[in-house]
Structure formats: structure tokens, C-alpha cells
Design a protein around this ligand. Structure first.
Ligand SMILES: [Zn+2]
Length: 289
């Protein structure tokens, strides 16, 4: 599109104005390039139609915003303009729910039955427009969390307590957290994850019954569910990754590589030989006691 000139900007404002105004001055007030596009916000004054911010740039269409209550600075005008442009762009791009999930879980391995459910709610958000759509995202989020409860909980975790009801996600999660994150070292993690778990469940419930929810509450609900699944997958992966809890006895580094695994005839691991990448110290972690 090339660089817009004073004449371009003035002509645009005069054409857009409802009051047949004349532009009396227009100057580039501020340049932005933080979103990878060169954008200029012009400060334009007219004779009969007040003052305007005109936002324009290389690949963004020109638009104008009244100076005053809503757009009192170049930052506001710029943020608003780019927000609208990104929304238009996003609706043209192919939406891929898996990208959403991967971003929120940092690519953690997700159990297939949970991944399927997360995919299904992350797909819903793309076409959600009515209040019923947002509520149904709440319903599906709850179902996903119940599935998460079934995935992380096993009946032996109740010990001598009563078995939680099939759909009692909060209780199942609480027992699973107690089982996996035992010991006083984990007390803070237990407490924080319990709060996140309960808050996510409460949020999904709230959305289910909300009559004022928007796209943003529904999107938050999905983000919370995806994150929570990621949190529990990380807990399980830590349990199944004995090396994550080791560090080099000589230099305390956690950059360790496995040299050798010693297993018995049933495949049970007796020992792992590790090598420290920092100081090349070799040591053995014994799992027999
Ligand atoms: Zn070392």
C-alpha cells in the first residue's frame, strides 16, 4: 500500500466525516511495530468535527477513532485497531483446536480420552455465539473434569475412607492429590493444586448456569480445563519419571543422562546408572530398597 501521506489521511477523514468538515492539521503522532507490522497513529484536527486518531499501516486498513472519552491516547486507538484486525484475521485463518491444547499444556502427553474431550470443547468455542453455546461449553467442561477424575483416581486411594460417588470430581481429585503428592515437602503444592482444581470445577458450574456469559468466560473455562488436565498429566509424569527427582551427588546438577538400566527377569528396574552432563560424574540410583 506504500506510505500514506498527509493528503491521504486528510482526504480519508473528510470522506468519513458526517459533518462535511475540513481537516486543519494532521501529523503522525506515534509509530508502533511491536506486533510485527509498521503502524502509524495520526493526530488529526478538523474545523467542525473535532479531533481524530487515524490508524494506518503497511498491511492494515485505515480507520479513525474519535479523540476524547474512549480513545484519549494513541495507545488506546492502536490497541483497539489491532485487536479488531486480529479478530478479522483469526476468523479467516483455519482454527485448529489442537494448537490451543498444545499451547496450554506445553505439549504434555495427554491421555487419549481426555484429549478427545478437550478437542471437542476447544472446537465448540470456534462457533460459539449464543448464550446457550457458552452454557454448553460449561456442561462439556464439567464432563471433561469428571473424566479427568476417573483418569487420575483409583479406588485404593480412598484407603479407609468412603468411596467418592462416580461423578464427585472434587473428592476424587483430592484423594489423588493426597496419594501422588504425599509428604510434607508437597504440602504447598497439594494445597495450591486443590484450590486450582476446585476453582476450575466451580468456574465450569458457574458458566453452565450463567445468563450473562460471553465468549470470554467460555474461553477462560476452556483454558482452565486444558491447564488443569496439563497439571495432572505433569503430576503423573513426575511419578513415572524417577530420574526427575535425582540430581548429581557431586555438583547437584539435574542434567543427567541414563547410561544403563539394570532390571530383573520380570522387567522390574533394580537400578539406574546415571551420568552427570556437567561434571561427568557417574552414579547409581538403587531401587531395590
Ligand atoms: Zn555433576
Amino acid at each position: 500500500m506504500g506510505k500514506r501521506t498527509y493528503e491521504d489521511v486528510a482526504k480519508y477523514v473528510e470522506w468519513q466525516s458526517q459533518h462535511k468538515c475540513k481537516v486543519v492539521s494532521a501529523k503522525p503522532e506515534q509509530h508502533f511495530d511491536d506486533l510485527g507490522v509498521d503502524v502509524t497513529v495520526w493526530n488529526v484536527k478538523t474545523d467542525t468535527d473535532g479531533a481524530w486518531w487515524v490508524v494506518e499501516g503497511d498491511t492494515v486498513p485505515m480507520n479513525l477513532y474519535p479523540q476524547g472519552a474512549y480513545y484519549f491516547g494513541t495507545d488506546e486507538a492502536y490497541s483497539f485497531h489491532m485487536g479488531i484486525m486480529q479478530r478479522m484475521q483469526a476468523s479467516k485463518e483455519q482454527y485448529n483446536p489442537d494448537d490451543y491444547i498444545e499451547a496450554a499444556t506445553l505439549g504434555a502427553e495427554i491421555a487419549p480420552q481426555l484429549l478427545r474431550k478437550l478437542r471437542s470443547i476447544a472446537t465448540l468455542i470456534d462457533s460459539a455465539t449464543e448464550i446457550e453455546d457458552f452454557q454448553s461449553i460449561g456442561v462439556q467442561s464439567r464432563e471433561t473434569l469428571i473424566e479427568l477424575g476417573n483418569y487420575i483416581y483409583a479406588s485404593h486411594m480412598a484407603c479407609d475412607q468412603e468411596q467418592p460417588q462416580a461423578s464427585n470430581f472434587k473428592k476424587k481429585a483430592e484423594l489423588a492429590i493426597q496419594f501422588y503428592l504425599n509428604g510434607s515437602d508437597n504440602a504447598d503444592y497439594r494445597s495450591i493444586i486443590k484450590k486450582m482444581t476446585e476453582a476450575t470445577w466451580d468456574y465450569a458450574n458457574k458458566l453452565t448456569h450463567s445468563s450473562s456469559a460471553t465468549y470470554y468466560e467460555a474461553s477462560t473455562c476452556i483454558s482452565l480445563c486444558i491447564s488443569l488436565v496439563g497439571v495432572y498429566e505433569n503430576i503423573l509424569q513426575k511419578i513415572h519419571d524417577p530420574i526427575s527427582q535425582q540430581s548429581c551427588p557431586a555438583c547437584k546438577s539435574k542434567k543427567l543422562t541414563v547410561d544403563n538400566i539394570v532390571a530383573d527377569e520380570n522387567g522390574k528396574i533394580n537400578a539406574i546408572h546415571l551420568m552427570c552432563e556437567e561434571c561427568e560424574n557417574s552414579f547409581v540410583v538403587d531401587f531395590t530398597n
